[in-house]
Design a protein around this ligand. Structure first.
Ligand code: NAP
Length: 301
């Protein structure tokens, strides 16, 4: 067993940066590749090596990807300069933490397998702040051998790993969890607008909800955004819609009607297409809910 694998990190976005910082703090040897190289600069300054292409991962024990979507994952195993373009070298395991469709993960796993590399799907629950605090959790699936190789890295990145299968089941678990998250966000948005229009300030309503049985860590995390209207993204409304669409795609493929997920996807799309919430945090759905109610929300500090 490799106690502490060397790690080639692919994707230094909002999540990737804070995750690599945790690995560097824990003493891992890390190389970083990002499509836009400058975004990896702070990590290189902190001691990570810079990789020129994903193919450079072949000189590490384990590749770990944290990229946006199916297209980005596809790019990582591009035959031209992707992970396996020059043979696998010393690379044994590819862990993907991105939220992607099970179909895209299966394609990645098939290419990995053809190159003699094991694939672990390990999507993460927790925004960058949660990761920084060491509170993120992982759904993980893959063979026992490669889950074991990934374990020291996952243990350094978060507080718990839930093994849910031997294939790409973890991506299904993540889509279901994020579907529930989006539905909750939309419900909170609608109901705080209802409260506000009926004369109950958002901070009072949310303080009660958060103390009740239907309050949750998520409703508490999102309370400042809903009250102060600081919509600096932890996860964008576009990113969240991407996950809703992945869940709907899986539902269509398997003939599973998802009426509440469908309605939520429309609410997120309206927030993007109207321009009201484009590029903002997913809590920006509250702006659409308020507009529909003819209400102008003021930040309440
Ligand atoms: N933020 C959260 O709260 C959160 C929580 C849990 C899971 N996730 C998931 O984690 C993943 C990353 O999220 P994030 O918030 O870090 O997103 P982000 O800040 O937008 O970063 C996206 C990353 O993907 C890369 N990328 C995008 N398209 C690409 C392409 N075609 N080829 C190669 N690389 C590409 C970006 O590279 P560039 O820098 O070149 O654009 C960047 O490194 C997503 O799957 C997301 O659903 C996010």
């Amino acid at each position: 067993m490799i106690a502490r694998p060397t790690v080639a990190w692919l994707g230094a976005g909002r999540m990737g940066v804070v995750m690599v910082e945790r690995l560097l703090d824990a003493g891992f040897e890390v190389g970083v590749w990002n499509r836009t190289p400058e975004r990896a600069d702070p990590l290189v300054e902190r001691g990570a090596a810079r990789l020129a292409t994903p193919a450079d991962a072949r000189s590490y024990d384990l590749a770990y990807s944290m990229v946006l979507d199916d297209g980005a994952l596809e790019r990582l195993h591009d035959p031209a300069d992707g992970l396996f373009s020059g043979g696998r070298g010393g690379l044994a395991t590819w862990v993907d933490g991105s939220t992607v469709s099970p179909a895209a993960a299966r394609r990645a796993a098939a290419d990995a397998s053809a190159a003699g590399v094991g694939f672990v799907a390990a999507p993460v629950s927790g925004n960058p702040g949660v990761v920084k605090a060491g509170r993120a959790i992982f759904a993980a699936s893959g063979t026992a051998e490669h889950l074991e190789r990934a374990e020291p890295v996952l243990a350094a990145l978060g507080r718990a790993t839930h093994v849910v299968g031997e294939g790409v089941e973890a991506d299904v678990v993540k889509l279901a969890t994020n579907g529930l998250l989006a539905i909750t966000m939309q419900a909170l948005a609608e109901l705080v607008v209802l409260g506000e229009k009926a004369g109950v300030p958002r901070d009072r309503l949310l303080a009660f909800i958060n103390d009740s049985a239907v309050g949750s860590p998520f409703s508490s995390y999102k309370t400042p955004a809903l009250v102060d209207l600081d919509l600096t993204p932890t996860f964008t409304v576009e990113g969240q819609r991407k996950d809703l669409r992945l869940a709907l795609g899986l539902g269509a493929e398997l003939e599973v009607p998802l009426p509440v997920v469908s309605t939520t996807e429309v609410a997120f799309s309206r927030t993007i297409s109207s321009g009201i919430g484009a590029g903002l945090d997913l809590a920006a759905v509250v702006l659409t809910a308020a507009k529909d109610a003819g209400l102008v929300l003021e930040p309440r500090g």
